[in-house]
Design a protein around this ligand. Structure first.
Ligand code: KIV
Length: 282
């Protein structure tokens, strides 16, 4: 039986029942199909695809067209998971209008259920504009990879009291602007707990920010050993798909080289009479 579509009321109901929300990144059709079978609640089509799928050193080169193409592929694989499209660098920073137009593309061209954008109080007007345009919007605080240069690299945010207070205030500002959810990336667990306890009508999600949120996010490539450059400390490897694929690739190279692949069941034949007729024609 096909499961029911995950909606905002479904997610808020999970929060009310103290059931953690499950969330992963995903960028392609076959993986989205598997995530649908696993009954995952949410998918983030993250601009991290610039790194995990396209091999760039940062998320900045991801374009709106990249994001739309991958989001639409994910949607085709998973009709019932709640899909969040991640707004790429410079798709919302220039102005509220730019933000609304690009958020609209995720909904109209890729059938996303919501969008996510990075930034604190300074981005509250983007969230407000997008929500007023009828699009569910999520904030992203703590380590925000699009501002890694300004943050001094990929490091934990909010360890000091003053920085922590700023993040707590920013979470409230995003909630008040209408964000249905806020992702906290690499924020200390106790800061995450305070924000979760203070959230009134907002789902707080954690990526490396501890267990005291309404749900958890992981990067798919980190959890299956599929990103060769590094493995962040917060990621747990749930299976080494990278190793499985590498073994298969090596075996393929060996079998073709030593002529044990292909075997009869791997090719197609023609009837003798057709072959004879062909030979007569040649
Ligand atoms: O692009 C992405 O995958 C993200 C996560 C790092 C939260 O924004």
């Amino acid at each position: 039986m096909e499961r029911k579509k995950v909606t905002l009321p479904y997610l808020f109901n999970k929060v009310a029942n103290n059931e953690p929300i499950t969330w992963l990144t995903c960028y392609d059709y076959p993986t989205a199909y598997l995530m649908e079978q696993a009954e995952l609640d949410m998918i983030l089509v993250g601009d991290s695809l610039a790194m995990t799928m396209l091999g760039y050193e940062s998320t900045l080169p991801a374009t709106m067209d990249d994001m739309i193409r991958h989001s639409a592929a994910v949607r085709r694989g998973t009709p019932n998971t709640f899909v969040v499209g991640d707004m790429p660098y410079m798709s919302y920073q220039p102005s509220v209008e730019t933000a609304i137009r690009n958020a609209g593309r995720f909904m109209a061209e890729a059938s996303c259920d919501a969008i996510k954008l990075e930034g604190g109080v300074e981005m509250a007007d983007r969230i407000l504009g997008i929500v007023r345009a009828g699009i569910p919007a999520m904030g992203h605080l703590g380590l925000t990879p699009q501002s890694a240069a300004a943050l001094g690299g990929y490091r934990v945010q909010g360890r000091g009291a003053l920085a922590a207070k700023k993040i707590i205030e920013a979470a409230k500002a995003l909630e008040q602007a209408g964000a249905f959810a806020v992702l906290l990336e690499m924020v200390p667990d106790r800061v995450c707990q305070i924000i979760t306890e203070r959230a009134e009508d907002c789902i707080i999600m954690s990526l490396g920010s501890g267990p005291n949120a309404h749900g958890q996010l992981l990067i798919y490539h980190d959890m299956f050993g599929l990103y060769p450059r590094f493995k962040p400390r917060m990621a747990k490897v749930f299976g080494n798909a990278g190793e499985v694929i590498l073994n298969g690739l090596t075996q393929y190279v060996n079998e073709v080289s030593n002529k044990t692949f292909p075997q009869k069941e791997n090719w197609f034949t023609m009837k003798d009479e057709e072959y004879d007729e062909l030979m007569d024609m040649l």
